[in-house]
Ligand binder design. Structure first.
Ligand code: 5CA
Length: 155
């Protein structure tokens, strides 16, 4: 079985996106870990969070500085939502929590992106494993994930 990083590289290539993941032996499992490893603002870290509605799974690309306001995200998705179970994240995306990348998933999910991420020139997202991240311009991230920009953050 290829590692999450190898699978993410292949998936990004298939989407036509050039990515340059970096491995950080100290680990990037949480946004705080990732910001410390990369040496960037925690707000520049992209949390790729999967939520469940009664009918589907959705992806919320959220700034590491923010929490998801589930009432507001529920309004955007049109249904009540809650955080997806870890097993659902793995089976839908093909990646484990802590390394879930923002695109290149087994089953592409309808996606929203936290507008706060758009304020940065570069943001960093997980590259398929809990010890890797890659930089990307937020507009390219939104385009590749086919994410709608929204204000669903609890700051
Ligand atoms: N690699 C880092 C930075 S890119 C990362 O993936 N961060 S993350 O925030 O996107 O992934 C961890 C998130 O997974 C946590 O914020 C939490 O919302 C979620 N999570 C952690 N444990 C569980 C669980 N048991 N079930 C569902 N979600 C969980």
């Amino acid at each position: 079985m290829a590692s999450g990083l190898e699978r993410f590289r292949a998936a990004a290539e298939e989407l036509g996106v050039s990515v340059a993941p970096v491995r950080y032996p100290a680990g990037t499992r949480t946004a705080a870990d990732a910001a410390a490893a990369v040496g960037c603002d925690v707000g520049q870290i992209v949390k790729s969070l999967v939520f469940a509605t009664p009918t589907r799974l959705v992806l919320a690309l959220t700034s590491g500085a923010n929490q998801v306001d589930t009432d507001r995200l529920g309004e955007l998705t049109g249904e009540k939502i809650s955080l997806a179970a870890a097993e659902a994240v793995r089976s839908a995306t093909g990646y484990a929590i802590g390394g879930t990348p923002p695109f290149g998933h087994l089953n592409p999910l309808p996606a929203w992106i936290d507008q706060d991420l758009l304020a940065y020139d570069t943001v960093w997202a997980a590259a398929g494993t809990p010890d890797s991240c890659f930089p990307i311009a937020p507009a390219q991230l939104a385009a590749t994930a086919e994410a709608l920009v929204g204000d669903f953050a609890r700051r």
